[in-house]
Design a protein. Structure first.
Length: 312
C-alpha cells in the first residue's frame, strides 16, 4: 500500500509559489488544515492540499471572500454557485465603472465644466428608465390637456416617445439623457408643445389619414431632395400641394392660407426645441437615423410650401 507524500510548510510554499506566511494564515483560518503534524508538531501537507491551495488562490484572485471560500471547502456551496455569484458581482462592478467613466466623458464634453455640471450629469445618470418613462407620461398628459387626443393615440405617442438609457451608454447618450430630462421639466417647452397639440388634435382630425399623407409627402420630398430638385420648381410645388391639400382634408379644414400658415409654424417648431426633443430620442435609441438629412428634407418641403400660390 502506497504512502502519501507529506510536505512541510516550507516545501508546500516552494511547490505552490505562495509564501509560508500566507499558507500559515490560510491554515490558521481553517481553509487549509494540515494533513497531520510531525512528532515535533510541524504541519505537514499532502498533494491534495496543493490543489486546495491553488483553488483558494484562484478564488481570492477573483475577489471571493474567505467566508465564502470556507463554505465552499466545507461543501456547503458548490463551485458553480460561488463562481456565478462572483461573476454577477464583477459584472455589476464593471457596469458601474463604465457608467462612471461615461459620466466623466460626458462632463468633459462641456468646454469648461463646473462642479454643478458633474453633479447634474451624475444625478441624471442615476435616473432609471422607469423614472424617465414616468416623466414622459406626465409630459404627454400635460400637452394633451384641452385637445381631442384619444387614449389609443396617446399610447402610440407614448410608445414612440419613451427611450431607454442603455446599460453601457455612450457619452452622447448620457448627455442626451440629461438634456431630455431638463427639457421635460421646462414649463415653457411644455406650454409650447401643448399649444401645438391643441391646434392639431381637434374633433375634425383623422389621424390615420394625416399620418398617411405625411409619410407619402416625406417620401416624395426625400427623393426630390436626393436628386437635387429645386423647392420652387413645378415638380416641388406639386409635391407640396398634394401634401397641403391632403393634410387639410385630414384635419377637416379647407386648404387655405390659415392651414398653410399652420404648416409653416409647425416647421418652425420642428426646427426648434420640439425637433431637438425628437433628436434626443433618436440618439438614446442608438438609431442610425440621419438627423441632419431629415431636417434638410423637411426644410425642402417647407420651402416648397412657401412657393405655393396661396392668397393671403
Amino acid at each position: 500500500m502506497g504512502v502519501k507524500a507529506a510536505y512541510s510548510i516550507g516545501e508546500l510554499a516552494r511547490l505552490s509559489g505562495q509564501s509560508v506566511r500566507r499558507i500559515r494564515f490560510y491554515s490558521d483560518k481553517g481553509l487549509l488544515p494540515p494533513m497531520l503534524r510531525s512528532a515535533s508538531n510541524y504541519r505537514l501537507y499532502s498533494e491534495t492540499d496543493i490543489a486546495r491551495l491553488d483553488l483558494i488562490q484562484a478564488l481570492r484572485a477573483a475577489g471571493v471572500s474567505l467566508a465564502v471560500i470556507r463554505k465552499l471547502l466545507a461543501s456547503r456551496l458548490t463551485l458553480k454557485d460561488v463562481l456565478q455569484t462572483r461573476l454577477d458581482i464583477l459584472d455589476a462592478e464593471i457596469a458601474s465603472r463604465r457608467r462612471t467613466a461615461t459620466v466623466l466623458r460626458a462632463t468633459l464634453r462641456i468646454p469648461d465644466p463646473a462642479e454643478d455640471d458633474l453633479r447634474r450629469i451624475w444625478t441624471m445618470s442615476s435616473l432609471s428608465n422607469q423614472q424617465m418613462k414616468a416623466r414622459i407620461e406626465r409630459f404627454i398628459d400635460d400637452i394633451a390637456t384641452g385637445s381631442s387626443l384619444d387614449e389609443d393615440w396617446r399610447q402610440q405617442v407614448l410608445d414612440m416617445s419613451v427611450p431607454e438609457l442603455p446599460d453601457e451608454p455612450t457619452p452622447e447618450q448620457l448627455a442626451a439623457w440629461d438634456e431630455l430630462a431638463t427639457l421635460l421639466a421646462d414649463p415653457d417647452f411644455v406650454r409650447e408643445v401643448q399649444e401645438g397639440t391643441r391646434a392639431f388634435w381637434t374633433d375634425g382630425l383623422d389621424p390615420e389619414v394625416y399620418q398617411r399623407v405625411s409619410i407619402e409627402a416625406y417620401t416624395a420630398a426625400a427623393e426630390a431632395w436626393r436628386v437635387g430638385l429645386s423647392p420652387d420648381s413645378a415638380e416641388a410645388r406639386a409635391i407640396a400641394w398634394t401634401w397641403f391639400e391632403g393634410s387639410a382634408h385630414a384635419m377637416g379644414k379647407t386648404a387655405d392660407r390659415g392651414v398653410l400658415d399652420w404648416h409653416l409654424s409647425q416647421y418652425d417648431a420642428y426646427a426648434g426645441r420640439l425637433g431637438r426633443y425628437r433628436d434626443l430620442l433618436v440618439i438614446l435609441r442608438g438609431e442610425s437615423s440621419p438627423i441632419a438629412a431629415d431636417r434638410e428634407i423637411w426644410g425642402w418641403l417647407n420651402d416648397a410650401l412657401k412657393a405655393l400660390p396661396i392668397a393671403a
